[in-house]
Ligand binder design. Sequence first.
Ligand code: MG
Length: 413
Amino acid sequence: MERTIFHIDANSEFLSWSAVKLLNEWPPIDLRSVPSVVGGSEQSRKGIVLASSIPAKQLGIKTGETLYSARLKCPELIVVPPDFELYEDMSAKFFKICNSFSPLVQKFSIDELFLDYTNMEPHFGPPLEGAKKISEKIKSELGFTVNIGISTNKLLAKMASDFEKPDKIHTLYPDEIKEKMWPLPIGNLFMVGRQTKKKLLDIGIDTIGKLANCDIEIMKKYLKSHGELIHKYANGIDASLVTTEKEPYKSISNGSTLPRDISDKGELLKYALSLCEKVCSRLRKEGVSASVVDVGIRFKDLSYCSHQKKLLKYIYSTNDVYSAVKDLVNELWSGETPVRAITIGLSDLVSNEYQQYSFFDDDKSKKYEKIDGVVDELREKYGFHCITRASLVDDKFHKNVLKYQNPSMKSYL
Ligand SMILES: [Mg+2]
């Protein structure tokens, strides 16, 4: 049976989501209607443009350029810091609305998902009508716009949502491939990255149509299995289904450049502890435990080193992870060169369902796990900052670490 698949993509997600939040603050301002960008702090080293408004784009400001050069193009440019907690929250709400139109929704990235609309016509109307309802609901309830691509498989739906933006619905049914997809430049095809594009241009394939019509055997020889895959895509062939099963995580990590270079071990360990809290709460949310802990440190002179530790048991409590992290920081850092950035990674993950308690378990670990559970629940309900470890509450550090975890909290400190 033929399926109906939607690909739904939030338009300039980071900028739109930050804009929606600022609209609710005082004085309200719509970032989308003025030259504005989401970017790191202009003073610190993280100063690049992550997303820009249409008026900013019209002034030639591009994603990835430095804020310094963006400001040269537009001295009145408004710069807001990224707020990843807000983005994850918006992403979850976006998913939930889409899920109310079909039980089969697959998250593809923070701002994109696939929705299987097959058999949904009796409830919401023909595909175009259903797509319009979804788009209107997102706009009225969440305040941002999406592009929706409609077709019979995921690949074609994804290609369709990439046509003209923003706030548009496009179809790309198999009988429209020739007219709508084949004239497009080869770089527009899903899974054709910069390197593949160069290789295809080298042999004169500059449109999707030319790839679709070349001999598949030549592609197989030229680009191996990837050549075969993109040849299929150019012909609109994709048999993969919309699945609600999540791909299991192989590893989970969190890291960030520190607000300034740090020379004091006690202070660095506090940042490490606050990172442990974040990474462990993600671990617990996924219902997995880890037995390998990694710490990576980038120094002021930009040199980098990392160490990892294989533990005798699988852990998920913040205290257990932090105690391994502390050992690794001590191994890695003598305190001589100031530290610029730190990353904490957890791998060798197993589902908690299959976890066997080892002989090394003690009552203390169990107690920590219980406390973590309660803290996670509180944070789920009232936000990450509703509760803080006593060891992180001390005058100056408390302010810095809060700012560091959530730049938008500045005004309250
Ligand atoms: Mg998007």
